[in-house]
Design a protein around this ligand. Structure first.
Ligand code: C2E
Ligand code: MN
Ligand code: MN
Length: 408
């Protein structure tokens, strides 16, 4: 199938610009053999390229481009299918924008086109050319250092790190995972994640419950989370717990129960945040909004979890505004490589900033994911990169340190 990929990237500072000519010659040959057309724009610093041809060949060439050490921050902007080729000539055509008038360059690119209909009728590819040449989206290109710029050093001297001995309760246990502000070197909150008494995953704990029993068990389990938090010496540290939204709707006086258990364990309502998963909230929104009002009136914070995981996330914010939202791993994964993910995350950030809703990103595994999100304005993170959940314990945090400083 005829496939188009558009990406942009940064030329590496330490590569002489003269290698560009050789690169173009080699790519021209490679593309010709593969029946692929390439249009490459270069600003002296940034690349923008359209690749068009048979799907497998385009993908193979793009994979090789992603691996090429001569550039970095490769972001896929578009991957689409079409009936006819825009550029009929196989090979690669370079437009060095330093030698063109900005207004001419687009016309010069169009002159290489073969099917004018494709190019003129609201073609997304053409619009990407235009925004690149006019630099109208430039504020969304982040210059990231390479991933190995940072090392992640576990803070084993942290006095709060500890694990409770033995099996904690007959009904359930909890693993704790910090939500951190890496640059401020601060733990923002600890999230309690449910486990079976033996420490098996949350899924296993839920499997053992049938019908409405899940809501009762979900609520009661929170007293175990609070008791463990007390024993771990949480102090004034904020604690996040998860609840099914229907737990609050279905169980009478659920909020009173939570308040009682919070106080019985020497904690205060203001240090507790309850997280609800987005898609479960949306299905019974009106009843749920009432329950949230009760939580807020009791002083408990509210977060929307897995934000962006469902289809109605932004609409949800029109109905009520939580204290914080947590962007789901589904959106975070490889965000540094994907134009569509970046656009969605930037829209979420813009919306939440306007509403003064705090944002955290969950499931950070790669340094580049973290760096891109910091550049975009997110400052609170949770993920294996920084700390794995620790069963019945508080794990040490691996804080990012610039590699040079660590080596000194
Ligand atoms: P969640 O609230 O989004 O919790 C974060 C989940 O992501 C946890 O999975 C955690 O182990 C996992 N995680 C953290 N960092 C990473 C990472 O870097 N990569 C990957 N791949 N995963 C990471 P867990 O503990 O299995 O919990 C799954 C979900 O179960 C939670 O998602 C939450 O929605 C729900 N849950 C957990 N505890 C409770 C509870 O007490 N009550 C209710 N109703 N739901 C709970
Ligand atoms: Mn959660
Ligand atoms: Mn999750």
């Amino acid at each position: 199938m005829l496939t188009t990929i558009i990406y942009r990237s940064h030329f590496r500072d330490d590569v002489p610009v003269t290698v560009l000519e050789d690169m173009v010659v080699a790519a021209n040959e490679k593309n010709k053999e593969a029946g692929v057309s390439g249009i490459l724009l270069f600003t002296g610093k940034l690349f923008f390229q359209l690749l068009e041809g048979p799907e497998e060949n385009v993908r193979a060439i793009y994979r090789a481009i992603c691996e090429d050490p001569r550039h970095h921050n490769v972001v896929e902007l578009l991957c689409d299918y079409s009936r006819a080729r825009r550029f009929g000539k196989y090979g690669m055509e370079l437009f060095d924008l330093r030698h063109y008038d900005r207004h001419e360059v687009l016309q010069n690119v169009l002159d290489k086109g073969t099917t004018k209909y494709q190019m003129f009728y609201n073609d997304r590819a053409l619009h990407f050319f235009r925004t690149f040449v006019e630099e109208s989206e430039k504020e969304n290109y982040f210059e990231l250092p390479s991933g190995d710029h940072w090392v992640f050093v576990p803070d084993s001297d942290d006095p709060s790190v500890r694990t409770l001995p033995g099996r904690y309760s007959e009904s359930c246990s909890f693993a704790f995972q910090p939500i951190i502000d890496p640059l401020a070197r601060e733990v923002v909150s600890l999230e309690a994640l449910i486990r079976t008494p033996e420490g098996e995953p949350s899924q296993r704990w839920f499997e053992g419950l049938e019908g409405d029993a899940v809501y009762e068990a979900d609520l009661k389990s929170k007293s175990v989370a609070f008791a463990m938090a007390k024993e771990l010496g949480l102090g004034e540290q904020s604690l996040s717990v998860n609840l099914l939204p229907m737990t609050l709707v279905n169980i009478p006086n659920a909020v009173d129960y939570l308040i009682r258990e919070i106080e019985a364990n020497g904690l205060v309502a203001e240090q507790i945040v309850v997280e609800f998963t987005e898609h479960e909230v949306i299905s019974r929104l009106d009843e749920f909004t009432g329950a949230v009002r009760e939580l807020k009136a009791a002083g408990i914070g509210v977060a929307i979890d897995h934000f962006g995981g469902g289809f109605a996330g932004l609409l949800l914010l029109a109905q009520f505004q939580p204290d914080r939202i947590k962007i789901n791993r589904d959106l975070i994964r490889d965000v540094h490589k994907s134009g569509p993910r970046q656009a969605i995350v930037l829209a979420i950030i813009k919306c939440c900033t306007a509403l003064e809703i705090l944002i955290s990103a969950v499931g950070i595994e790669q340094p580049e994911e973290w760096m891109w999100l910091e550049s975009a304005g997110v400052s609170q993170f949770q993920g294996h990169l920084f700390a794995h959940p620790e069963l019945a314990g508080i794990p040490p945090v691996s804080w990012p340190e610039p590699r040079e400083e660590v080596l000194l």
